[in-house]
Design a protein around this ligand. Sequence first.
Ligand code: NAD
Length: 477
Amino acid sequence: MSLAVVNPRTGEADYSIEPLDETAIATVASRLRAGQGAWAARTAGERGAVLHRLAEAIGRHRTALAAALIADTGRAAISKIEVEAMIRALQRWADSAPGIIARAEISDRQTAIPTITASTRLVPYQLIGIISPWNFPLTLALIDAIPALAAGCAVIVKPSEVTPRFMRPLAAAIAEVPELADVVALIEGDGATGAALIGQVDFIAFTGSVATGRKVGEAAARAFIPASLELGGKDPMLVLASADPVKAAETALRASVLNTGQACQSIERVYVAREIAGPFLEALVNGAKAVRLNHPDVNAGDIGPFIFARQAEIVQAQIDDAVARGAKLLAGGQVETLDGGKYLRPTVLVDVTPDMPIMAEETFGPVIPVTLFDSVDEAVAHANSGIFGLSAAVIAGTVEEAEAVAVRLRAGGVSINDGSLTGLVWEAEKSSFGASGIGPSRMGDSGLLRFFRKQALIRQSGAALPLAAYSEEALSG
Ligand code: NAD
């Protein structure tokens, strides 16, 4: 049965997908399992050459791909950035994977037993399942798929049913690289499709909300496969008294409202030193009020509509609840419906308290609740409260002062004298803390190495011991 897909700029259902059922997924899975052997038998350099050809093919389809992403998400510039960034990601993994694999494999190492040497081989998982969300549709569909392919795995990708339009142009690009025909599949579908996929693969790489991540983790445990869970956050930014308040406000604004706040690494709470709170808030509010919606022209403005209309309701409910409990709105605050799309101008709130959902739950919208603090210890305690631990940011007069506070934060990635840098930097390995995720880092070398099992080859060059060597008599006295 087809599933209708709503356009975020019009509110109209103008597209549809055909979800695969369990039997259809099983057919795809067995085709890919059959194809994976030959793919893994190629050298990492040969696989890299194929990934370079995929980068070229995506380049040839960049206009169609960007157009589909614009229809999926209602924003133009970030859609184009997504396409170019994925071309670069393919090139980067294609070039770096052979060296990373060579450095991680160990051959012929002497063990503590003089006659025994050991090697460690990397054996790719046969079939990886990828389940991705709607906020960066192309990036999050491919971010784990590319290193998995570079490792020699086959991959089934199940993107979000909210933003599936990019899949057809992406499939057209993949079809121009015949070596990938039997190792990559994109499948359309919703949560039921994602749940069915888990039973068909050897490793599940999931990006999405904590609530769904928990279900995926439980299903993976039942299927007895590893799960990499990249989940939500409630990222804090600390602005210390030594910071330049105007520059810090500019950074806080960008890090909170970019992509309409629909980024896992968005700043969702700001703690500012009372000494500089006046100029900081003044600059933040002025900046927030100057942000332009990309309506009516998708190619003009700073932020787009909510990609998923339901998210607008969640964000509005959190704002209304905070205001009802005494929070004060300094900018924004009301979702606007324009030609069927749902938009929210950057919303700045003060007089918030830690128990409000807007301070404790993921918002995923352009909302900046600001809390004043009197001591760094108090700010660190605020930042470390709650269930999440995805990322954080600290701004101070010097990098050294900010870094001394950064190491006290329970978060997988901390931006120092900037915000949301984890969305830009691929090299730095990081783990999620708390409910923000489980599993090895998707960044850095581990982003590739997590797709291998290790196989030890242990060689006896002397005489193998007989059972008698372990007899009660041999070991007594
Ligand atoms: P979601 O959890 O609702 O959906 C994510 C994916 O899971 C979709 O493809 C969906 O179809 C699928 N799904 C739903 N139910 C399922 C089930 N029972 N079994 C298997 N799959 C199922 O998330 P969303 O609303 O699409 O995305 C927003 C969330 O993603 C936010 O919480 C955000 O923070 C998070 N996110 C995290 C990262 C990260 O790197 N940590 C990056 C981007 C987004």
